[in-house]
Write a protein that binds this ligand. Structure first.
Ligand SMILES: [Zn+2]
Length: 310
């Protein structure tokens, strides 16, 4: 037997099915752009190199902004790029349904567990109340520039108000916040960005897990889904790096195993701003129509285009 053949057959024989499970989680609130393409490609590559499974999950929780045509376009654009997944709304699989709008029971269950565990409190502050409380100038304690995903630090107004409704079955029309352990450093190793550390109560405050309009927050839905779908590595944009600290607190409170993290650098425009869905000229749709190839979109070429445009 030739040496190369032997290596190949040994590899086939000795590698067990990979337990790696990654995910792609687009929000169907607009067309995907170059930045999404590169993050999703990284997620695809990492799952493929690990010989693992990639899950497609449609994050369509926002009923006002989510549209079926955008969900369809996202799947189609990602397929066109060459990205393939093994489970998803189009393929089904053991963790179905793969649309967040159909997974409310899972989120409610997580909400109940957090409530029973004493991690939550109801918050009756209106947006106006919060703005008034936050209008007093305060310096960013970390001295760092504000991360992109920032949610203002909650002033704690409702934190200590007694409530005796731990047996509640439904959240009702009120915001529910997670009480963060003030002063505790939440640390994690990011596989792309290196060691990360955020201090609860200083870098982020008590965050919403259930919204008064009747749905889970991004933080809660994301953790409940990644756990239920047995995701072992979360690959997503750098704008969510601080959310990861919040989510680690949710994993702990729910007694769930914490996945590994890989946050991708964001594609920025000429002014250093992240690409948003407003950059229509850089949507995959438009670029395809203009004759760009997946290769061109995934290389740095389009980033240059973004810079020249602004
Ligand atoms: Zn409040």
């Amino acid at each position: 037997m030739e040496f190369t053949t032997l290596i190949t057959s040994m590899a086939n024989f000795s590698s067990p099915p990979s337990s790696y499970r990654g995910r792609l989680a687009p929000s169907p609130t607009g067309f995907l752009h170059v930045g999404h393409a590169r993050t999703f490609w990284t997620a695809f590559e990492r799952a493929r190199r690990a010989g693992g499974t990639l899950v497609m999950r449609m994050e369509d929780l926002d009923p006002e902004r989510s549209r079926a045509e955008y969900a369809e376009a996202a799947l189609e654009d990602l397929r066109w790029l060459g990205i393939r997944w093994q489970e998803g709304p189009d393929l089904n699989g053991p963790c179905a349904p793969y649309e967040q709008s159909a997974r409310r029971a899972i989120y409610l269950d997580a909400w109940r567990k957090l409530l029973r565990g004493g991690f939550l409190f109801p918050c009756h502050c209106s947006r106006k109340d919060l703005e008034a409380a936050l209008s007093a100038p305060h310096e960013s304690a970390s001295g760092k520039s504000e991360p992109l995903d920032d949610e203002p630090i909650y002033p704690g107004t409702c934190r200590t108000q007694a409530f005796a409704i731990k047996e509640l079955e439904e959240p009702g029309p009120v915001n529910w916040r997670f009480r963060v352990p003030d002063g505790e450093a939440v640390e994690f190793e990011d596989r792309n960005l290196g060691p990360q550390c955020f201090v609860a109560g200083r870098d982020f405050g008590d965050f919403v897990v259930w919204r008064r309009d009747g749905g889970p927050s991004y933080q809660l839905a994301c953790v409940a889904d990644d756990a239920a779908m047995r995701i072992t590595e979360v690959v997503r944009g750098e704008d969510l790096v601080k959310s990861t600290a919040r989510q680690i607190l949710l994993y702990r409170a729910l007694g769930l195993e914490i996945p590994r993290w890989f946050h991708c650098r964001l594609v920025v425009d000429g002014n250093g701003r992240r690409l948003a869905k407003r950059h229509d000229a850089l949507s995959l749709r438009t670029l395809r129509q203009q004759g760009f190839t997946p290769m061109q979109i995934l290389s740095g070429e389009l980033q240059e285009k973004a810079k020249r445009r602004d």
